[in-house]
Design a protein around this ligand. Structure first.
Ligand code: SF4
Ligand code: SF4
Ligand code: FES
Length: 320
């Protein structure tokens, strides 16, 4: 059965919507239709894709105005006589047809300070509680489709905000590192506020709505970070503590406005030791977890009481 599609064709110099009648078969997705269009009527139609399984994040586009993955949008979700309009994601400059230049997102990723390994704990001795692993697991599902970045109104129609705003994809990375028990930086939230533009976000949740991985970007990353920035800034005890600690912190921590170098005490990653037979020592894999030194010091007992946990468990949905 033939269906009516309207596809944007053009490049950085301009373009317009072109109409096509394309055969659609049962079970197909929008990306199938684009492939058929390329095979039959528009061999030079540019479209980025790789996996066709919702995992590479390449085929981001706007379908009837909604930011979506072409490979995960079933044709059966549209009415039979519905006109389907396919346009490139709007927040980033068009290269050609449906392909946009998303390098903005990689530049922002480069600006985010990397994981800072703990001092005094060798790679291989890192230990994390399962609850900590699960908490950040939600953010690691990100496939970098940048649909959230494309949707965020702070930059969608406001190129002028781009230098100051890193966007929701960067915020979930900052939140993931902030809640990482082995990350030795303690200024992730302050960095997000001062240098990544966290304050521009007014928690409209549009980014969460379009995320194909169903990451609760706003509830589980942005709001907890915002709350804790506010806590630190306005809690009188925290304020006093920061005043007292500031001198030490300034001496050891790089300025948040620069791209962070690892702390001077950080260990460089080293490959695992192997024995004369060329095999790894399996004691590392079989030793009880308690055998490793705690990166938290000796004054913390596990499990941590739920009311003392500062972040939501992804499974729990809303904040406690
Ligand atoms: S919640 Fe914040 S980051 Fe997400 S779309 Fe809205 S303003 Fe942008
Ligand atoms: S957070 Fe979701 S919408 Fe944003 S880039 Fe990652 S997978 Fe895509
Ligand atoms: S082609 Fe990989 S997510 Fe669509």
């Amino acid at each position: 059965m033939k269906r009516h599609f309207r596809v944007w064709r053009g490049d950085a110099g301009g373009g317009d919507l072109r109409d096509f009648e394309v055969e659609v078969n049962e079970g197909e997705v929008v990306l199938d239709i684009i492939h058929r269009l390329q095979a039959t009527q528009a061999p030079d139609l540019a479209c980025r894709w790789n996996c066709k399984a919702g995992k590479c994040g390449s085929c981001s586009m706007e379908i009837n105005g909604k930011p979506r993955l072409g490979c995960m949008t079933r044709m059966s979700t549209f009415a039979e006589n519905e006109l389907i309009t396919i346009t490139p994601i709007r927040t980033f400059p068009v290269i050609r047809d449906l392909v946009t230049d998303v390098s903005f997102n990689y530049e922002k990723a480069r600006e985010t300070p990397a994981f800072a390994p703990p001092s005094g704990v060798a790679p291989g001795d890192y230990r994390m509680q399962q609850v900590d692993v699960e908490r950040s697991q939600e953010f690691r599902k990100c496939i970098e489709c940048f649909l959230c970045q494309n949707t965020c109104h702070v930059i969608r129609d406001h190129d002028e905000n781009k230098p100051a705003f890193s966007g929701p994809r960067s915020f979930i990375r900052a939140a993931e590192l902030d809640m990482h028990p082995l990350d030795s930086r303690s200024d992730r939230k302050e960095y997000a506020q001062a240098s990544q533009g966290l304050g521009y976000c007014n928690i409209t949740k549009c980014c969460t709505e379009v995320c194909p991985e169903h990451i609760q970007i706003t509830d589980n990353a942005i709001i907890p970070m915002k709350e804790r920035v506010v806590d630190r800034r306005y809690d009188p005890l925290v304020w006093l503590g920061r005043k007292i600690l500031r001198r030490d912190q300034l001496e050891t921590r790089p300025a948040p406005s620069s791209v962070a170098a690892p702390p001077s005490s950080a260990r460089l990653p080293a490959s695992a030791a192997v024995g004369p037979d060329g095999h790894m020592d399996i004691a590392e894999l079989t030793a009880p977890l308690q055998g490793g030194p705690s990166p938290f010091g000796d004054d913390l007992t596990f499990p941590i009481a739920p009311e003392e946990l500062l972040y939501n468990h992804p499974d729990k949905g809303n904040k406690p």
